[in-house]
Design a protein around this ligand. Structure first.
Ligand code: ADP
Ligand code: MG
Length: 488
């Protein structure tokens, strides 16, 4: 066996294998490139001619500090192998990373006469690493942002976290301060311990329905402190969902609005007092007329009267008493509103009852009532007697507005979650100036009117979270339009 030959083959094989897999360059001791393999040309995108005779600065990316190359050069100049990772710039300006090993070849005096550098492409690995670093950096900054936001929230708001059953798992200091409970008393409890019984059961039921579905709920809640004092909080509850989309906890952010609520309540009360005062004066005035006639006819009754006259006077007396009773009744309704008796009712059926009730009177006054209800059933949350009162007054007004007869059209439409009831008559209409006074107490253009009906109607519709609008053209007719939210 020819050892020299087989050793020679072995060396060629290694060179071949290296050449095929590695980026190789040889520089002389002045740093000039004297050899590059094909892979070197491919990755650097330079032609061989462009590289030979140059030094490695041609590939400098500017990424590494000067010190980096100084250290490298010092190491190899001493005859020591250097390894490191270098970011280079290719001819087209793109960057690539190479893991680099530089092996100095020494002459007889121990000085390097050339350097062979062996490089592998690590651009992909570096990209991954850099991405990771970037992500980590971003993560760190979001985490910090989150921490900052939490801090700001904590300092400015009343915070609580409950689990999905409503058990309190976290409260901040502000929560303890406002509720006057200490933390230990709150954790493990649910929010019912703060309940003021001000809100109806349905209020909290609706809230739970919403947040249970993963939706944010906002509202104003009146709570009680440990000492039984009332406080109001503007509340936002944010559900946090697990992978199945089910809430696993609720974060409640609250603001103390007790002062604002107090002012609001005061304004409401004073407005109402003003209204009642205004009304009372009107009522007194309105009652004086029937009282005058009551006195007059009672005087007459003392005198000699025929049986027939007596009967006539009694009828008048009863009429006047009824009138007083009516005015006082309407006044009471406003001044001291009964507790409304809300339930889910079919408003079409309520309306039908009123129409049937007034049909005879309408016919007698040559008014036809035509209806287009669209559907037999539209449910609203209402106090049915109050709605009857509204419909009654509007239909009566319409009949009274058509002294020579005509048609009253009533239609019912469903528009975007609301039911709209329209009453269109062909009556005398209302002038612009009078339209503005509609709903004012005792504003009436009728000889025997009392001008309370529409005021009561506006109030009732308002209590039902609805709107009542009026359009009118003189001698053409008037349209009363009532919109109420449909109950599901
Ligand atoms: P009243 O019917 O006792 O006069 P209302 O409050 O019911 O009191 O109505 C106030 C006033 O509004 C009426 O006097 C009338 O001038 C006007 N009005 C109400 N409805 C109509 C209508 N459909 N057409 C014309 N005017 C109307
Ligand atoms: Mg009326």
């Amino acid at each position: 066996m020819d050892t020299k030959n087989s050793l020679g083959n072995f060396a060629t094989d290694i060179k071949y294998a290296l050449d095929a897999t590695t980026i190789i360059a040889i520089t002389n001791n002045k740093g000039e490139i004297i050899y590059v393999n094909d892979k070197f040309c491919t990755i650097s995108k330079y032609k061989r001619e462009e590289l030979l005779g140059q030094d490695h600065r041609i590939l400098n990316s500017g990424y590494h500090p000067k010190q980096f190359f100084v250290t490298m050069y010092r190491t190899i100049a001493k005859g020591t192998v250097w390894t490191g990772e270098i970011k280079n710039k290719a001819k087209d300006g793109t960057y690539y990373w190479v893991h680099t090993t530089i092996v100095p070849f020494l002459d007889d005096s121990g000085k390097p006469y050339q350097y062979i550098s062996i490089r592998t492409d690590i651009t992909d690995r570096k990209a991954t690493e850099e991405n990771l670093k970037l992500t980590l950096k971003r993560l760190a900054s979001t985490n910090k942002e989150l921490a900052d936001i939490k801090y700001a929230l904590d300092a400015s708001s009343i915070l609580a976290i409950t689990d999905n059953k409503g058990i309190i798992t976290y409260v901040n200091d502000t929560f303890c301060e406002i509720s006057k409970y200490n933390r230990d008393e709150l954790l493990g409890q649910d929010h019912r311990m703060l309940n003021s019984n001000f809100h109806p059961k349905s209020f909290f039921k609706d809230m739970w329905k919403k947040i249970g579905k993963g939706q944010i709920w906002k509202g104003e809640i009146k709570n009680l402190t440990k000492e039984g004092k009332e406080y109001w909080v503007d509340t936002t509850i944010v559900p946090f969902l697990n992978d199945n989309g089910k809430p696993y906890q609720f974060v409640a952010i609250r603001k103390d609005i007790t002062d604002r609520k107090k002012v609001e309540e005061m304004i409401l009360r004073s407005e109402k007092l003003a209204l009642i005062g205004e009304l009372a004066a009107g009522v007194a005035h309105e009652i004086r007329n029937p009282l005058t006639s009551l006195r007059g006819y009672t005087e007459f009754l003392k005198d000699e009267t025929t049986e027939e006259e007596k009967q006539q006077y009694f009828d008048i007396l009863l009429d006047e008493i009824e009138r007083i009773d009516f005015i006082v009744g309407e006044f009471m309704l406003l001044a001291k509103p009964k507790v409304l008796n809300f339930s889910r009712k079919n408003v079409v059926s309520t309306l039908t009852q009123i129409v049937n009730f007034l049909k005879t009177e309408a016919k007698y006054k040559r008014v036809t009532i035509s209806t287009a209800f669209g559907s037999d059933e539209v449910f609203v949350q209402c106090d049915e007697n109050q709605l009857k009162q509204v419909f009654l007054n509007i239909v009566k007004n319409a009949i009274e507005a058509m002294p020579n007869g005509g048609e009253l059209k009533i239609n019912v439409k469903n528009v975007a979650g609301n039911v709209t009831i329209e009453f269109q008559d062909q009556g005398v209409g209302i002038s612009k100036e009078k339209l503005e006074r509609l709903g004012e107490p005792f504003f009436s253009t009728k000889e025997h009117g009392n001008g309370l009906g529409l005021m009561v109607c506006f109030k009732i519709i308002n209590d039902h979270k609805g709107i009542m609008e009026v359009e009118s053209e003189e001698n053409i007719g008037t349209k009363f339009k009532i919109s109420l939210p449909i109950a599901k």
